[in-house]
Design a protein around this ligand. Structure first.
Ligand SMILES: C[S@@+](CC[C@H](N)C(=O)[O-])C[C@H]1O[C@@H](n2cnc3c(N)ncnc32)[C@H](O)[C@@H]1O
Ligand SMILES: [Mg+2]
Length: 315
């Protein structure tokens, strides 16, 4: 794959990939200002990587919660709704990633809820919500693992496809799909044993408040699992420059540097929302094997799993 890149970009990618992998844990490398945008004229330039502007904003007590919904992002995903289940379509990377991330989630949830990972339905009886479920490529396998699944997404076209697709199989027909946002569901006082939110936080406005909503949807001592893209030079080079603008594996304009969240920022936002991160892991693509695997390297795509804790007043 590297041979097909322009020599200057190849050098830059090789240089960035020689960065030592951070150990699994919550202390991750600081973001680095990237000059890579110059190498790809149509790719947007990454701005200075201080903190994500809206990431650590905490609303004052009593202030009205703002919406996580970014209409342009939702319109973008609506425009691709019909292609979600095409394993060779614009979401091919997520389809290829799916078995790896599902087995990670299965093992995390089995550990958290003390379930037998070898059981055919290890999540039986657990209420799980898939926030930003799109057309249900994650919701459906979670339902097959026995979970009682709710899927929500702000993109109505995606929800329509999700409903039709799930209805065609008795094992997934019980999934409840709603076109809504996490914060609107919070207003209905809904709570779930596990809140799963994969590849969504980089597409929302007010990620800190979004984390508050994810926490509010999680029962005390429940599990919250998030995956996203790091705001690092490697992520910019691979996820934006290479995958969107060179190989066209992901539609152009899907990811915006300024909306990416670093692992440190995510840990802080979750902690403010009373979700304490227990484990972080990276997920990376092996171009020679054509598959993804989990690792300690969180510099591009990563997962955070946390427990929602609620302080009980002292007697
Ligand atoms: C990249 S897709 C991820 C789909 C799925 N979670 C997965 O990983 O396969 C992001 C999804 O998040 C949805 N989304 C974006 N902003 C949202 C918001 N504020 N509330 C709910 N869903 C949102 C989009 O409509 C889109 O379907
Ligand atoms: Mg994304």
């Amino acid at each position: 794959m590297l041979r097909r890149l322009p020599p200057c970009l190849r050098r830059a990618l090789l240089a960035s990939s020689s960065t030592p992998a951070p150990r699994r844990g919550v202390r991750i490398q600081e973001p680095v200002r990237s000059p890579l945008w110059r190498l790809c004229s149509s790719a947007p330039p990454p701005p200075p990587p201080s903190t994500r502007k809206d990431a650590l904003h905490t609303p004052g007590r009593g202030s009205a919660a703002s919406s996580s919904l970014n209409p342009a992002e939702v319109a973008h995903f609506n425009s691709f709704a019909e292609t979600w289940w095409d394993t060779e379509g614009p979401f091919k990377p997520l389809h290829v990633m799916n078995p790896t991330r599902l087995s990670f989630i299965r093992s995390i949830l089995c550990k958290h809820f003390r379930r037998d990972p070898n059981s055919s339905k290890p999540l039986e009886g657990l209420k799980v919500i898939d926030v930003g479920c799109a057309a249900g490529i994650l919701s459906e396998p979670l339902a097959r693992m026995g979970a009682t699944v709710t899927g929500i997404d702000a993109a109505d076209e995606c929800i329509k496809i999700a409903r039709v697709h799930a209805a065609s199989d008795p094992l997934t027909a019980s999934i409840e799909y709603f076109c809504t946002t996490a914060e609107d569901l919070v207003k209905e006082n809904k709570q779930f044993d596990a809140v799963i939110c994969l590849e969504v936080i980089e597409h929302v406005d007010n990620p800190s408040e979004f984390c508050e909503s994810l926490s509010a949807l999680t029962v005390p001592n429940g599990a919250t699992v998030i995956s996203t893209i790091n705001r690092s030079i490697r992520a910019f080079a691979t996820m934006i420059v290479a995958l969107e603008y060179i190989f066209h594996w992901i539609p152009k304009g899907t990811h915006h540097w300024s909306k990416l969240v670093t692992p440190d920022e995510l840990v802080l936002m979750l902690e403010k929302a009373s979700v304490y991160v227990q484990e972080m892991a990276g997920i990376g693509y092996n171009p020679w094997r054509g598959n993804f695997s989990m690792s300690d390297d969180t510099s591009v795509n990563y997962f955070a799993y946390g427990i929602k804790k609620v302080e009980t007043p002292q007697a």
